[in-house]
Write a protein that binds this ligand. Structure first.
Ligand code: AMP
Ligand code: MG
Length: 415
């Protein structure tokens, strides 16, 4: 029996052979969750002109220097500036101009007073007087040109993940087609003569079962930001598997990553590794982890190739541990691994020393302490163990049984 490789060795090996993909330009609508590939420099200052932060009156602060509630200062209203207007005129001393939020202040005005804080009244000559009961400081309620970002500065550095806040700034600096790392194209294959497609809608005949791996691979690929170019089920037949791989590899949309689930172990009709070996270099295949011992990895010019175990839970766990980090790296993310927290187990977890175990748990933040409960029986074929699981608690290789109250590092699947 060949020796088992550690999870870290295998992750390191895989990531050393993975690089961020080339760049492409996307619309702001398509930019969310993508990673900025080169610095976005702003061509304007933000704000691009000094403006009012409130609806109110633009004043010269010196005019109100002595205003108090007992001795208010009265100024005459002079002019108005609505949002979008230019205000290239001078505010006469002793007067106040109506200025709306986001609008320019007239020349000479150096503070704003909120409309709620003044009393205004008409006088007999048809003009309006405005009464101020407080002094102001210069710059009050104003937003200054370049206060957010100066023109020519980096608005968004390369490596930033675009979320809604970044979309707003990209739009403001006129970058409507940001340059981002391309999404990885993936080809997904499930395998096995025992599998019937769910679409058949009938009860599977004796000895056969519905395909859960292909749907879960599609879901996992979408979650990881990949673009699925092929999704097929394959029989346990060497030539069919090889032809399907060759078809995918020769397509115009050649995948950056191929995943085949099932057929990688020691079964008499497990052909995936042999096909991988024929098409490219097969790098490794047995990992000291549970579930998911048989994991194959290979490369053929520009395409990474993963052979995951077919057990419905193993496929999901090995995807999390090996495939997702590679996809994240391709997408340009610097944090390719799931966030881990230390969680207190709320029940005993049996474990035989030897392989690192990924226990499916529900984990919650209990006032600053993370607590984890298993999702039930942990067999690698128990689909229910992944239902509602938002974490994988990691039992170290050398550990024996873990008793309730002990802490385990736990990968958060939703963070
Ligand atoms: P394998 O890795 O091909 O030996 O498969 C291991 C186990 O996973 C077997 O019990 C298979 O029936 C099951 N399995 C393989 N592929 C699928 C699939 N696509 N959907 C559901 N179960 C599967
Ligand atoms: Mg099989």
């Amino acid at each position: 029996m060949s020796t088992l490789l550690s999870v870290e060795e295998v992750q390191k090996f895989i990531l050393a052979r993975t690089t961020p993909l080339l760049w492409e330009k996307v619309t702001l609508q398509d930019a969310r969750h993508r990673v900025v590939a080169c610095h976005v420099v702003t061509d304007v200052a933000i704000p691009s002109f000094t403006n009012s932060a409130v609806d109110g009156y633009a004043v010269r602060w010196i005019d109100l220097a002595h205003a108090t509630p007992e001795l208010p200062v009265v100024l005459s209203e002079h002019g108005a500036v609505m949002a979008g207007d230019s205000a290239a005129w001078e505010l006469p001393a002793g007067s106040a101009a109506r200025v709306m939020t986001g609008a320019q202040l007239p020349i000479g005005a150096d503070a704003m007073v909120m409309v709620e804080d003044v009393n205004k009244y008409p006088v007999s000559d048809g003009s309006v007087r405005v009464e101020f009961t407080d002094s102001v400081v210069a710059g009050q309620h104003m937003r200054f040109k370049g206060e957010d970002i100066e023109a020519g500065q980096v608005a968004i550095p390369a490596g930033t993940v675009i979320r809604s806040g970044e979309v707003a700034l990209l739009a403001a600096v006129g970058c409507t087609l940001p340059t981002v790392f391309r999404r990885p194209r993936v080809a997904l294959f499930s395998t096995g003569d025992e599998i019937v497609t769910a679409e058949q809608g009938i009860l599977p005949p004796q000895g056969r079962l519905r395909n859960s791996n292909l749907p879960v691979l599609l879901a996992l690929a979408a979650d990881a930001g990949a673009e699925v170019v092929v999704a097929r089920h394959l029989p346990d037949d060497y030539d069919s598997i090889k032809d399907a791989m060759l078809d995918a590899l020769s397509a115009a949309t050649r995948p950056d990553l191929i995943v085949a689930a099932g057929g990688v172990s020691m079964g008499e009709r497990d052909y995936v590794r042999a096909v991988m070996e024929e098409l490219g270099a097969l790098s490794l295949w047995r990992v000291a982890m549970k579930p998911g011992k048989p994991v194959a990895f290979g490369e053929t010019t520009g395409t990474l190739f993963f052979g995951l175990p077919g057990n419905p839970v193993s496929v999901q766990v090995t995807w999390e541990v090996f495939v997702r980090p590679a996809l994240r790296l391709m997408c340009g993310y610097s944090d390719v691994f799931r966030r881990q927290v230390t969680a207190i187990l709320e029940e005993d977890v049996p474990h035989k020393p030897g392989r690192r175990e990924f226990v499916r748990v529900r984990v919650r933040d209990d006032g600053g302490t993370w607590r984890a409960t298993t999702t039930g029986p942990q067999g690698s074929g128990f689909l229910r163990s992944m239902v509602g699981a938002n974490g994988l608690a990691i039992v170290p290789e050398q550990n024996g049984n873990v008793t309730a109250g002990n802490a385990l590092s736990t990968m958060l699947l939703e963070a």
